[in-house]
Design a protein around this ligand. Structure first.
Ligand code: F6P
Length: 518
């Protein structure tokens, strides 16, 4: 049995450290005291560089956090995941999204016996999926690709297609329909012609209500518009191909129950992205992810970026008591980055019990939120600088742009740098309104350019960082029981909306039901 963070000998030491040094910690003083601070808290990792030095911690605190991670068995927990142990205990499953990006034939010492055949299947499916993607990419008869899916079957491909727009197949448009609200689908269907549209129905379970409703409506629209050849125009991306067949969709690309929805971009759920950037681009994304996996697996904890970020997250949440993290990508292509991270982190670590079901006495996932810089600067950054809460900021910047417009990119990079600097240094004024307290933390992640490889590494970094904090918190980061109750009640209420039956409902729900029925 592994220890939770609060069961380790380091936990009281960290509490004491926070009460003494932690509360009074001043970033400006820390830089004055330690000429090597930037060097120490800089971390190179595959395809990216991180500056962690503008955070509210020092070397002794980090050393204690590292010891706590060792006491929690972080390395053994990591290896258990990578080698295929069924660490998703509430669902009795392995957690093997990393296998989706492993090169063919690469078996690691310690892998469970099922890994080699699973990896062979991964590559057979990947090759078929990518051959199809390249055929569709080259097919001028297909102008529009519509991904129908929600949660992990939408957020990953949607975020990545936008991020890698510079590599998008010329002449193709990509649409993402996730919401059950027909306003979304109707707005997309207005733009389409059946003979030039490819629908991708993306759902691991092929039972998700929103996706099934949208898929049925698309099939009906296709028939009404005189569309012929459903087999050419509809493809299912699912672990349940029989359910897709029952809906009339015969072509499907599969994946496995050991791929969680929010970790499924790397599987056939990534088909929209593969059509957009091509097979070679998609293989680049996988290679970037794999490079980060290898680094996470082999780098010493003290020089391991996902580990350092995960430890910082625990320090902020459980000692400083910070409740959220603001995410600001300084790249317009990353405009779905915070939405993507919200599912990754909050669905994984938004848990109130440990892996054995015991209630926790400490907080877990922070709230993640944000918008691309510089837009956020003209909206909520006021609160980051002068609000009553400290809200750690995480910037993602990209050194080289993928466009040649003069003057833009320097402005973007200067703003990213200026925000991190202003948050830290602040500005004293006798006028309270104009006073900036400073000492506000930020992390700066820097990519050389936004490519399939660097995006793959950036995503895998975040996946592993979520794993690290979840492991220290002792929770199962790979289930999501919290989404079930609302689904069950929605099914019941949909029937009640039709019938008007409010029997047994609480007074508020009954009152609203009557209003909604008009
Ligand atoms: O309801 C939550 C969830 O299960 C997510 O975890 C998942 O990514 C999403 O729904 C979509 O599920 P599916 O791919 O099975 O349609």
């Amino acid at each position: 049995m592994f220890l939770r963070c609060d069961q380790t000998p380091q936990w009281p030491g960290l509490k004491a450290r926070f009460s003494h040094e932690g509360k009074r910690f001043d970033l400006r003083q820390a830089f004055a005291d330690d000429a090597q601070r930037f060097a120490h808290f800089s971390q190179a990792a595959p395809h990216l560089f991180a500056d962690l030095s503008k955070n509210l911690w020092d070397r002794p605190t980090e050393a204690l956090l590292l010891d706590m991670a060792r006491s929690c068995g972080l390395e053994q927990r990591r290896d258990a995941m990578l080698h295929g142990e069924p660490i998703n205990t509430t669902e009795g499953r392995a957690v093997l999204h990393t296998l989706l990006r492993r090169p063919a034939g690469q078996v690691l010492p310690g892998d469970l016996p099922g890994i080699a055949p699973a990896l062979a299947e991964v590559h057979t499916t990947l090759d078929a999926m990518l051959a199809f993607a390249d055929r569709m990419r080259a097919d001028d008869g297909i102008t529009d690709v519509v991904n129908i899916g929600i949660g992990g079957s939408d957020l990953g491909p949607h975020m990545a297609v936008l991020a890698l727009d510079a590599c998008r197949a010329p002449g193709k448009r990509f649409h993402f329909v996730s919401n059950a609200d027909g306003h979304e689908l109707a707005g997309v269907l207005r733009l389409l012609r059946p003979q030039s549209t490819l629908f991708l129905v993306a759902s691991k379970t092929f039972t998700t209500a929103e996706t099934m409703t949208n898929a049925r409506s698309c099939l009906a629209w296709f028939a009404e518009q005189g569309g012929a050849d459903v087999a050419r125009h509809f493809v299912a991306l699912t672990a349940q191909p029989d359910a897709a067949k029952a809906l009339g969709i015969t072509r499907s690309f599969g994946f496995w129950d050991w791929v969680g929805g929010r970790y499924s971009l790397w599987s056939s759920i990534g088909l929209a992205l593969a059509i957009s950037i091509g097979a070679a681009g998609f293989r680049g994304l996988l290679a970037g992810g794999h490079a980060m996996d290898e680094y996470f697996r082999t780098a010493p904890l003290a020089a391991n970026l996902p580990v350092r970020l995960g430890l910082l997250d625990v320090w902020y949440r459980n000692f400083h008591g910070f409740t959220s993290r603001c995410v600001a990508p300084y790249h317009a292509g990353l405009r779905r980055w915070s939405a993507y991270l919200q599912q990754l982190e909050m669905e994984s670590n938004g848990k109130r019990v440990d892996a054995s079901g015991e209630a926790l006495a400490y907080a877990t996932s922070p709230v993640l939120w944000g918008e691309p810089g510089t837009n956020g600067q003209h909206a909520f950054f006021q609160m980051l600088h002068q609000g009553s809460d400290v809200l750690p900021l995480e910037i993602v910047a990209v050194r080289k742009p993928a466009h040649s417009l003069a003057g833009h990119h320097d402005q973007v990079l200067a703003n990213a740098l200026a925000q991190a600097q202003a948050l830290m240094v602040g500005k004293a004024s006798d006028d309270g309104h104009r006073h900036f307290p400073g000492n506000r933390p930020s992390t700066f992640l820097l990519l050389e350019s936004l490519t399939p490889e660097s995006l793959g590494a950036l995503i895998a970094l975040q996946e592993h960082r979520v794993f690290v904090s979840g492991a220290l918190w002792g929770i199962n980061s790979f289930d999501q029981w919290g989404v079930e109750l609302g689904k069950v009640l929605a099914r019941d209420l949909q029937q009640r909306l039709a019938s008007g039956d409010a029997l047994g409902l609480d007074a508020s729900t009954a009152g609203l039901l009557h209003r909604l029925r008009g």
